[in-house]
Design a protein around this ligand. Structure first.
Ligand SMILES: CCCCCCCC/C=C\CCCCCCCC(=O)NCC(=O)O
Length: 485
């Protein structure tokens, strides 16, 4: 080998060694940041623990069980008529949230400002719908002075400059947002773990996931540590954890509740719409929350939200309803217990005088893959991958990341190869490829015109077809899975 060639190979080796060293240092720095964030969280939980202990010491007669066993409707009535004191409720839930998080690891941050807000609320004459109700919020919902991490190290130490509109409205209604809860790294996952806060587990069975991405909320509420929570959902992030944890939720129509200050995983993506919603132990709690949120404050603070208040007339009407139902969409097959739950509910609704109409949702496979996955990843996964630049990857997101990193041509080839054996994986792969602007506009037209206007709206519109005023389906067809990748 000549001197020139050895110089070149020495330079190449040097460059490779320097790159490896830089990468190692970068990763070591990240690990330190993660460890520091973990310690910060422990300090926050410690402050919470001290506050709860102080309250217990000063109020030894407060009995937690009667407070924790009240439904949200009962609790808010008692708070408003003065038969329960807001600080009894606040510290009782704080204590319970600590106990639940010790078991299932669901609380990520203590919103200590809630203690001064509690003092303010107690001085208030006006007692709004959520007066004195402690509320938990998902990590991605901005609360002034606190991080919305999405489980990503790069988002640490970037506290929100202001409360998002939802939090502002909750506060105006007298609610006390007191903790933030865990999410999977990037939010695009049906599990609930990240490298900052770790794995959240299901309170009903610690070997199982609580679901995701609003899994911290699901676990905390199901464990009894919060009476009302707020989460978000694109492809199941409210519905999956609610079903896995045995609680209730409502994915409000996109745009019905303000998204201002709620951090999405793929900003600008419009095909699979983000919906915000409450999570709670029963349906009446969801109703109370929606009634409280759909108010003038919300419409004024975020003029993009249509100023449609909660429709009391429709809600309290005793008119019998025509309700569409299906126990299977023939694509995501329900387990026997889910099917039984739908059929039992159908029977109960019929006994109550409603008419149940069988109804088959159209083209689930197409909607899931050619619309939702294609829409989410229409930039060839570039925005999703940006989230992970310079980031340590949680093992639970590795599979999706691996598919996202494959070059488009190879994804198409792999899709073609695996199609006969795993057709659904082939479908995911095919739809993760980059689309042109023209193709994306075509996709938006298909969603708005073909799917919404031509297929969905007629189902709900009396003049055209059946009066399907709401629909009943098994909540979630995904089986509850074990924790871990
Ligand atoms: C919109 C997704 C449709 C489901 C398709 C399942 C096929 C798996 C392929 C890609 C994974 C996409 C992950 C979707 C997770 C959605 C969770 C969610 O709603 N996150 C958003 C949020 O929390 O706001």
């Amino acid at each position: 080998m000549g001197a020139g060639a050895s110089t070149i190979s020495a330079l190449l080796c040097g460059a490779a060694a320097a790159a490896l060293l830089l990468r190692w240092r970068g990763r070591r720095g990240l690990r330190r940041e993660l460890a520091e964030a973990g310690r910060r969280r422990q300090r926050a939980l410690g402050r919470m623990e001290k506050a709860a202990a102080r309250f217990r010491e000063q109020n030894p007669d407060v009995d937690a069980d009667p407070i924790l066993s009240l439904s949200l409707v009962e609790l808010s009535e008692k708070l408003r008529d003065g038969s329960l004191s807001p600080d009894w409720v606040f510290y009782t839930y704080m204590d319970k949230a600590l106990q639940v998080t010790k078991e299932v690891n669901c609380v990520t941050d203590y919103l200590q400002e809630s203690e001064s807000q509690l003092q303010q609320v107690k001085r208030q004459e006006k007692k709004d719908l959520l007066y004195g109700v402690p509320v938990s919020i998902k990590d991605s919902i901005n609360y002034k002075g606190h991080d919305s991490t999405l489980g990503l190290a790069k988002r640490l130490n970037q506290p929100a400059a202001e409360d998002c509109v939802l939090v502002q409205v909750l506060k105006r209604q007298g609610a006390l947002p007191f903790v933030k809860t865990n999410v999977p790294q990037s939010l695009l996952n049906y599990d609930c773990s990240n490298l900052i806060f770790g794995q959240t587990v299901n309170p009903l069975d610690h070997t199982k996931t609580p679901g995701g991405s609003s899994g911290g909320e699901g676990a905390l509420i199901s464990g009894g540590g919060s009476i009302l929570g707020i989460g978000t959902d694109v492809g199941g992030s409210l519905r999956v954890p609610a079903a896995f944890c045995g609680i209730c939720t409502l994915k409000a129509t996109g745009g019905r509740l303000s998204k201002k200050g709620v951090v999405p995983s793929i900003p600008g993506q419009k095909s699979a719409v983000v919906g915000i919603g409450p999570m709670a132990r029963d349906v009446d709690s969801l109703v109370l929350c929606m009634r409280a949120l759909l108010c003038d404050d919300m419409f004024r603070l975020d003029p993009t939200v249509p100023p449609l208040p909660f429709n009391e007339e429709v809600f309290s009407s005793s008119r019998s309803l025509r309700i569409g139902y299906y126990d299977t969409d023939s694509f995501t097959m329900p387990g026997p217990s889910m099917r039984r739950a739908v059929l039992e509910t159908k029977q109960l609704l019929e006994n109550a005088g409603h008419t149940l109409v069988p109804f088959k949702p159209c083209c689930i496979e197409h909607l899931m893959f050619d619309i939702s996955v294609r829409g989410l990843f229409a930039d060839g996964c570039a925005t999703f991958l940006d989230l992970f630049k310079g980031e340590l990857e949680d093992p639970n997101i590795k599979q999706l990341l691996l598919l996202s990193k494959v070059p488009g041509w190879l994804r198409s080839l792999l899709s073609w190869i695996v199609k006969p054996i795993v057709p659904r994986l082939a479908n995911v792969l095919r739809n993760m490829n980059e689309r042109s602007v023209k193709e994306l506009w075509k996709l938006h037209c298909e969603i708005e015109v073909k799917h919404h206007l031509e297929q969905l709206v007629p189902l709900f519109n009396p003049p055209l077809s059946g009066l399907i005023q709401c629909s009943l389906t098994s909540a979630e067809r995904l089986p509850v899975t074990w924790v871990g990748p």
